[in-house]
Design a protein around this ligand. Structure first.
Ligand code: FES
Length: 131
C-alpha cells in the first residue's frame, strides 16, 4: 500500500527564462539540482518533469509537487542549497507528510496566470523532458 502511495506523485521543475539560469542565480548549481531531484524522485517512485516557464518567475527556482489527490504544492526560492537539500529529504521520506517549516516558507499561492500555465503544461507537449 505504501509503495502505491509513494508512486502517486510527480514534480514539475521549471527551467526556462529565469528558473535554472546562471543569469538570475549565478551562485547556484542548477544542473546538480536537477540531477539530484531526478535521482531522489525516481527512488521514491515519482516522476520529475522539466517544464518551461509557468509564469511565476519572481519565485524562481520554482517547482510544483503534484500529489495523486490533485493537490498541488507550489514552491519557490529553490535556488538555495538549504531549500534544495530539504526538498530532497522531504521527497525521499514521504511526499504526503506535511511540509517542513523551511519548505512551508517556500510555499506560495500561484496567480491565476500561473495556474493556467501549469495546467497547460500537459497540453503544450510539456513536460519537455521526463526522467
Ligand atoms: S522561468 Fe520558471 S516560472 Fe518563469
Amino acid at each position: 500500500m505504501r509503495s502505491e502511495t509513494r508512486k502517486s506523485f510527480s514534480v514539475l521543475l521549471c527551467r526556462d527564462c529565469c528558473c535554472g539560469t546562471d543569469r538570475k542565480h549565478p551562485d547556484f548549481d542548477h544542473a546538480a539540482q536537477r540531477r539530484e531531484l531526478e535521482d531522489v524522485i525516481r527512488k521514491a517512485g515519482g516522476k520529475l518533469h522539466i517544464v518551461k516557464c509557468i509564469d511565476a518567475c519572481s519565485y524562481s527556482n520554482v517547482a510544483v509537487i503534484r500529489r495523486h489527490n490533485g493537490e498541488k504544492i507550489w514552491l519557490g526560492g529553490l535556488a538555495q542549497v538549504e531549500t534544495h537539500v530539504e526538498l530532497c529529504q522531504f521527497l525521499a521520506s514521504d511526499v504526503f507528510q506535511p511540509l517542513t517549516p523551511l519548505l512551508e516558507d517556500c510555499r506560495f499561492e500561484p496567480t491565476l496566470e500561473s495556474q493556467i500555465a501549469e495546467v497547460k503544461c500537459d497540453s503544450r507537449r510539456i513536460p519537455v523532458h521526463e526522467s
